[in-house]
Unconditional design. Structure first.
Length: 324
């Protein structure tokens, strides 16, 4: 009798553990606690993204930078304090945008149901809805994430993939968070929207190996064009460059077309041609916009689950920029 009781308790405990790990991230998580939450996000996105389509790229980038550092817990949204330098101020994050956008949605949702919806979920939903609003793919966003209470700038340099990373490093950093080569190629496809700045590529143009040379993996005609019309010297800090020239606000196959022409802006873009595996994946997604959208959606949902905090972990922040 005693052993049976022990077994029953053990099973109940295991079920509880499994439930706390997986059961709380689900579609429609706020259906009862804040039924209008997702509608509020969607409405705000549809009000503003058509007038500022470049924000779609900013929000998906914000989501990416969040998830790779401590998981999708909105730690990237936290402000620094006198005693802590937060992720926001790390050099790779200084060009992030969209913080005010997320803060405004948070305030609207707080007015509807205080202390219920996490900033992490708001960011995840906003990234999806904004990309879809400009004609990009739609993906499922199961909710139930909670907000992290730790945000450290030093973590960014350890965990976040960088535009100058080679393929080995990229695969390692993606593998560290449960993503694979397919996810690397697909998520890189988000570079079909948005812009960068000259400092991100100046070394490729002017001083690739420290000898005043140019990156041989960058198409020479494209490099000449960039030096003539965009980044006219290595010290240019402000000029904007389209990631996918001519269609920076259109979610399409343009990025992959640029990559195969050796016109991907970053070293990390060029890296996708460095192995037969990733090269093959790029080629696959050149064939069909529909297939790219479908597979991109799967990778985005997968990314949105990275090291999420659920149950009693973390907190629900009252304001996205401050830990409670």
């Amino acid at each position: 009798m005693g052993s049976q009781s022990y077994l029953t308790v053990l099973i109940i405990c295991l079920v509880a553990i499994i439930g706390s790990s997986h059961g709380q991230l689900q579609l429609g998580y706020y259906g009862k606690s804040c039924p209008k939450a997702e509608e509020i996000v969607l409405k705000y996105v549809h009000q503003h993204i058509p007038n500022a389509p470049s924000l779609a790229a900013a929000l998906i980038r914000l989501h990416f930078h969040d998830c790779f550092v401590r998981g999708c817990d909105a730690s990237v949204l936290v402000n620094s304090t006198q005693t802590n330098q937060a992720e926001k101020v790390a050099i790779p994050n200084l060009t992030l945008r969209g913080f005010d956008f997320i803060d405004t949605i948070k305030s609207l949702i707080e007015a509807e149901c205080p202390g219920v919806v996490s900033c992490a979920d708001i960011l995840s939903l906003s990234a999806r809805d904004s990309v879809h609003a400009i004609g990009g793919p739609y993906w499922n966003v199961p909710t139930g994430r909670r907000d992290g209470t730790i945000s450290k700038s030093a973590d960014v340099f350890i965990s976040l993939p960088a535009p100058f990373n080679n393929l080995t490093t990229l695969l390692t950093l993606f593998g560290n968070v449960g993503l694979d080569a397919n996810d690397l190629v697909l998520l890189s496809g988000a570079h079909t929207i948005g812009v960068s700045h000259c400092p991100a590529i100046s070394n490729r143009l002017y001083n690739f190996t420290g000898k005043g040379d140019q990156d041989p993996d960058l198409d020479s005609e494209y490099a000449t064009s960039l030096k003539t019309f965009k980044c006219k010297n290595i010290n240019d800090q402000t000029t904007i460059i389209e990631m996918d020239p001519g269609s920076r606000n259109t979610f399409d196959l343009g990025y992959f077309k640029q990559v195969v022409k050796r016109r991907g802006l970053f070293e990390s873009d060029a890296a996708l041609l460095k192995s037969s595996t990733t090269r093959s994946i790029v080629a696959q997604h050149l064939q069909s916009n529909e297939k790219f959208f479908t597979e991109f959606a799967k990778s985005m949902e997968k990314m949105g689950r990275i090291n999420v905090k659920i149950g009693t972990e973390g907190e629900i922040r009252k304001h996205c920029a401050f830990v409670n």
